[in-house]
Design a protein around this ligand. Structure first.
Ligand SMILES: CC(C)(COP(=O)(O)OP(=O)(O)OC[C@H]1O[C@@H](n2cnc3c(N)ncnc32)[C@H](O)[C@@H]1OP(=O)(O)O)[C@@H](O)C(=O)NCCC(=O)NCCS
Length: 178
């Protein structure tokens, strides 16, 4: 049996914790919102519960196969599930991708930036990553702004899964004084 130790990270307002079975319904509700889907995937047809279940299983399994993965983002004070942030790099991906995906009710409070900063710190520290990317559609202005706020820069335009995307990236910071 594989015993998986997924870390929990805390920030001022958020907890980044391992996904749970009980997150499926909240995640499915998020993926039933056409505006969230339009921003994230350029599609508006709501996902059914099964698709959200399968996607969470992929994200969970990524910790095993990829050595990193995605956390549930929870509001520390209320315990509410706000969405997801984390890493994926399936076979054929152009790099280790940091992505964010929050429930619409929680947009506009700086939560994606706060969660992404914590995840980046973990990637460059504990995971020893040299470089992290984010793949963002050019029309997804909020997401582009999050990438910029965490220090990512535009690297190139790429064709990714049939869509024109912007590849943002950030290198591991040099140690102070180096
Ligand atoms: C992208 C997303 C995670 C942002 O979450 P958030 O918690 O609202 O993000 P933050 O509050 O940390 O930062 C958003 C920034 O974008 C800005 N912004 C929001 N909408 C914008 C728009 N239409 N045009 C320009 N900037 C915009 C905000 O003002 C803020 O920047 P600021 O702090 O300089 O004012 C959220 O919108 C989301 O989950 N969208 C659907 C899923 C998705 O698109 N995921 C990314 C796939 S690449």
């Amino acid at each position: 049996m594989v015993v998986l130790e997924i870390p929990t990270l805390t920030t001022e307002r958020l907890r980044l914790r391992p996904l749970r079975r009980s997150d499926v319904e909240a995640y499915a509700a998020l993926n039933a919102d056409p505006e969230v889907l339009r921003c994230a995937y350029g599609e508006t047809k709501p996902w059914d519960l099964g698709r959200s279940w399968r996607y969470l299983a992929f994200l969970w399994g990524h910790w095993v196969l990829g050595g990193c993965g995605t956390w549930a983002v929870e509001h520390r004070e209320t315990g509410a599930f706000l969405g997801l942030v984390g890493f994926s790099e399936p076979e054929g991906w152009p790099g280790c991708e940091l992505a964010w995906h929050l429930d619409r009710a929680s947009w506009g409070h700086g939560y994606a930036t706060e969660a992404a900063r914590a995840a980046l710190g973990y990637a460059f520290g504990e995971l020893g990553k040299e470089r992290i990317i984010s793949l963002i559609h050019p029309d997804n202005h909020a997401s582009l702004r999050v990438a910029e706020k965490v220090g990512e820069k535009l690297v190139r335009r790429i064709e990714h899964l049939g869509r024109e995307m912007l590849c943002y990236g950030i290198e591991r910071p040099s140690p102070a004084g180096a």
